[in-house]
Every structure is written in structure tokens, then in C-alpha cells.
Design a protein around this ligand. Sequence first.
Ligand code: ZN
Ligand code: ZN
Length: 364
Amino acid sequence: MKISAAVSRPQTPAPTIETLDLEAPRAGELLVRMSASGICHTDLHAHAGRLSPLPIVLGHEGAGVVEAVGEGVQGFAPGDAVVMSGSSCGDCPNCTSGLPSYCDQAMPRNFGGQRMDGSTAFSAADGAAIHSHFFGQSSFATHSLVPQRSAVKLDPGLSPEVMAPLGCGVITGAGSVIEALRVGAGSSIAIFGVGGVGLSAVMAARLVGAERIVAIDTNPTRLELAMELGATDRFAAETPELVELIRATTGRGVNFTFNTTTSPAVFMSALECLAMRGVAGFVTAPRGDWSPPMFKMLAGGRMLRGILGGDAAPRQFLPRLIRYWSQGRFPFERLIRFYPFTAIAEAFADMAGGRVIKPVLRFN
Ligand SMILES: [Zn+2]
Ligand SMILES: [Zn+2]
């Protein structure tokens, strides 16, 4: 079938919308008509050719409606509303332990730009293959093929447009606090960088009853929003003596830090403001060379902890977040700004320039 998709080609500022051919769903796949797709920083990196082969259809925060199912699909039927998350095999030890973001096949399935057999779902007008299956979904398209394990069914009445960002940014922030770090009632956390992931972490920390939730960012508007969403303290990132001030919020340092930035200086601060036995969670790698302060980690029993996908299993965790949202306890819709699909270049530019927290493209 003919569909419209935003294609990332080398040396272009943003994906451009083209008409492509989409195959019929193969075994285990759903044909999804997209309602909306969030844009995440990983899409910006991938568009620049740093993660996946080009040309490719990116997008990994999709939500929409199932139009057809391939052979062997169970639990989905045409008409079902779904939200999508990453791809995983379902059989390896981490998948069977409920940690699909650490699937043994996570890299080829999410970044390989093709099915595991090397085939792709899209082709251009001239017949050339266009890479697909980015995070199992390639959601910058009016229609896409999605492995059934990447989809989570939505209850009737829920708007797929609002649910779109759950699959990456929101699950990463909230899952990191609730599932990975297991921040508990009465504990303290400092969150470095309050964009979509960091603000999801702020809301989750309030939800679990953290006593001190410290937000740090360069952007005063985002710090203001962090306070509205549950932060108890805020600091501008450039504040002198920042580490001492964060430590002083509890008198002994914080139990947890959560770093969404790539700055080596922030990685250092996030370890230095920890209390004894504190854990520094991070979701993106430091830019350039950085050596952790090993003596400080040893002497304080401090831990540096990389986290993918919030350590969360989307089938269980996303419905839980949606229940918190419908109770008014997890208002992630406040992070969203909608753009028409045709304005994808503007949305990319706004994301890169920090002018929007969570851009969501609408397809109708
Ligand atoms: Zn992402
Ligand atoms: Zn697996």
C-alpha cells in the first residue's frame, strides 16, 4: 500500500515527507495506522546517522489503531488502539525476567533498521529499500508494521494522541525512578535535566512519596514546571557551589541522582552530591572522555547505574502509568505540544533548540 512517511536521508536538517510503499504485515506483525508520534532526542541522533543506517523512517513513540494483523498474532484485532514501545525477542533471559529493554537482541531489533531476517517494510518510488522497524515501529509514518511485542493495547476511550510519548520518554523517566532506582517514600533524589525524561522522573518521585525532589536545569521555565509537577527544590545548573547546596537540602547528600544530560561535569556533580551508599542513575552516555571518581565511589559505597527503558516491561508498566494518569497523579500530558505531521521539520528544530519539552506529531 502507498503511505506517507518522513524519511531521514544523509546530510539533511530534518526528515522529509515522501510517498513510500509499505508491505503487508508478515507473521507476528501488526499494521498500525498512526494517530500520533512523539519525538525524542534519540530520533535527532539517529537522523544525523549516528545510530542506525540511512535512509530510514525514524520515530519510536507511536500510538495508533491496528488496521490488520499478520499470521499468528494473538491478542490484537483490527480496531484496537495501541501505544508502541521498543522491540525485544521475548525469549532471552532478560526478556523472560521482565526486563525487555536489556534483550540480548536489543541493538539489532531497535537500531538495525530492518527485521531480524534483514528485510525492510518500506520501499521508495524507485524500488529502493528504506530502513524500517526503528525501535520496532518507525512511527514517523501514516502506517507502519510493528512486531506484536512492541505494542500495548489501550483501553477504549483513551486518546492514542495523548498516550504516544509513554513508549520512550515517559517510561524511561518514570521507570527509572520506580523500577530501576526503586526510590521509596521518604528518600531523596536530585534530577539533572528536566526535559521530558527528567520531568517524568519528577512526577514519579512525587508519586512514590520521595521527601526531597531536587530539580536542576539551565532553563528557568522548565524549573518552574518541575516545581508545579512535584519538585521540592530547584537550582539553576550554573549555580556556584551547586553540589554543596544539593547536599544541604538533606544535610547529608541525596539517596539518588538521575542524570538525563551528556555533560561530563554533570556526571561528576551527580556522584558528588550523593549521600553514602547513594546511587547515580543515568540514561545517556557522557559526551567525550570522563573518568568516574573511583575513590569517592569506593569510600562511600556509591554506585553509578546505567538504565535503559526505565527497567520497565511496557505491557505491565504502561497500563499502570495510565491508571496513575487517569487518577490525576501523573499528569504527563502537560509536557506535550502537538504539531501536524507535515510540520516535522519545525518540531525537530524546536526540540533541538530546547523550545519544546515533548513534541508530538498528529497524523489526521
Ligand atoms: Zn527515545
Ligand atoms: Zn530478548
